[in-house]
Design a protein around this ligand. Structure first.
Ligand code: HEC
Length: 177
């Protein structure tokens, strides 16, 4: 193999990684990339987990950290969080879809800050929200139920009249379930 063709292969590999990292929404993303972002719900748990982990790495890790522990006083933990583990998965789904602002207590620690919708303010499909919420509910020792795209769609519908970020106040009735 010539040096040029190796370089070209490296470039192609980098492009594919980028296409996959962008959730397969780019028109140029190949079939493998879009298949990876939309595996049939629950049919491929390992693929679902990998997709959720990838989305977490793109959109959440800079604040909540790879170990899900956040940063003291600045970013709340997702590991062991009552919001992530709520038996009504509509709680973390709403946080991801709408963002969150204002005073909140997580694992006994108080925060009063702002999280942008989708982590970085750029919208995600129901499938992607399901993947990342499933990831945070089943990582770092968290053991709450997985979430389907259909569940995300119904939460989106139920909360569509809401504009702006969620608040602890708005989530409280769902937490009590
Ligand atoms: C820019 C930093 C930032 C990013 C990126 C971010 N968050 Fe947050 N997140 C926060 C902050 C800050 C809060 C607390 C907001 C408040 O004080 O009301 C929060 C709160 C939360 C909560 C509720 C409280 C808790 O600790 O359980 C969940 C769930 C959550 N984020 C999940 C996510 C997920 C999933 C992503 C990626 C899709 C993400 N966040 C991306 C900053 C961020």
């Amino acid at each position: 193999m010539t040096r040029t063709s190796i370089r070209r292969q490296v470039r192609i590999a980098a492009f594919l990684t980028l296409a996959v990292a962008c959730g397969g929404e780019q028109p140029a993303a190949d079939a493998a990339a879009s298949a990876a972002s939309t595996p049939p719900a629950a049919a491929q748990p390992a693929a679902q987990q990998a997709a959720g982990e990838r989305i977490y790495a793109q959109r959440c890790v800079s604040c909540h950290q790879a170990n899900g522990l956040g940063a003291t006083g600045v970013y709340p933990a997702l590991a062991g969080s009552e919001y992530v583990l709520a038996s009504d998965a509509g709680v973390p789904i709403r946080v991801v879809i709408h963002g969150l602002q204002g005073p909140i207590t997580v694992k006994g620690e108080a925060f009063n800050s702002l999280m942008p919708a989708y982590g970085i303010g750029i919208t995600m499909s129901d499938e992607e929200v399901a993947q990342v919420v499933t990831y945070i509910r089943t990582s770092w020792g968290n053991a709450a139920s997985a979430v389907t795209a259909a569940e995300v769609a119904s939460v989106r519908e139920a909360s569509k009249s809401h504009s702006g970020a969620m608040t602890a106040e708005l989530l409280r009735p769902l937490m009590a379930k």
